[in-house]
Design a protein around this ligand. Structure first.
Ligand SMILES: O=C(O)CCC(=O)C(=O)O
Length: 227
């Protein structure tokens, strides 16, 4: 993505309406949180984007069809260490953990959040992958969200990650090696990954022995209709 378009993308955060439905989001979003990673990769970090994050998490825990899924590894099914739900526009399908997933309908709280994100960023997110980390034993392995159906285009994959509840380390590493980047994401933070981030970086949420409370992460995505 062109630099100018990046700035345009980020600038739109600062003029967004702030209350929508059951979710209230930050009024004052400072402009210094955009980070260029080089090679067309960029991040936009907005701390405390969702202001009532605990209440939003409790509502979502009641609404979401969260389940512990399995992943096929070396010929056997292994439980993933977290609870997962996939929601979005009707008819959209996304393949992760080695399986196709059809989007469950938006819940009222997700609907309010995606509307807010769309108007704040100008990106038409159409699905969300929800990951619930019950405690420090739940985690997400190292990966990139680089599936071919993700967009808006192959060289501009937008992932808007909203983290509710306890903070956990979100660790990014360049694929070719080099310094890692750690964010402690939770308590309503928003991190948008855009451009070529998924091509050049991998990310993970490592296990921790620290006493951490539950955390619900929502990664809003643009899934193109299956071709
Ligand atoms: O929980 C997080 O912060 C990361 C989630 C993630 O990596 C994903 O949904 O692909």
């Amino acid at each position: 993505m062109q630099l100018q378009a990046c700035w345009l993308q980020c600038a739109r955060f600062y003029h967004a309406p702030r209350i929508l439905g059951a979710v209230s989001v930050s009024q004052n979003i400072p402009s210094q949180h955009r980070r260029d990673l080089g090679l067309g990769a960029w991040l936009c970090y907005e701390p405390a984007f969702v202001q009532d994050h605990e209440a939003a998490m409790q509502r979502l825990l009641r609404e979401l069809p969260l389940a512990q899924e399995t992943i096929r590894m070396i010929g056997r099914d292994v439980l993933v260490p977290r609870l997962v739900a996939f929601c979005g526009e009707p008819g959209l399908r996304y393949r992760y953990s080695g399986r196709d997933h059809d989007a469950a309908p938006w819940t009222p709280t997700l609907r309010a959040l995606v509307d807010q994100l769309r108007s704040a960023t100008g990106t038409r997110y159409d699905t969300v992958l929800c990951n619930y980390y019950r405690d420090g034993r739940d985690a997400m392995g190292r990966h990139a969200d680089d599936e071919p159906e993700l967009g808006p285009s192959a060289d501009d994959i937008r992932i808007a990650s909203v983290s509710l509840g306890s903070r956990r380390t979100f660790r990014m590493r360049p694929r070719v090696g080099g310094e890692r980047i750690d964010y402690l994401l939770g308590e309503g933070d928003l991190l948008v990954m855009g451009g070529t981030t998924q091509a050049h970086w991998v990310h993970e949420v490592p296990r921790t022995k620290a006493a951490v409370g539950p955390r619900l992460n929502l990664t809003f995505r643009c899934v193109r209709l299956a071709r």
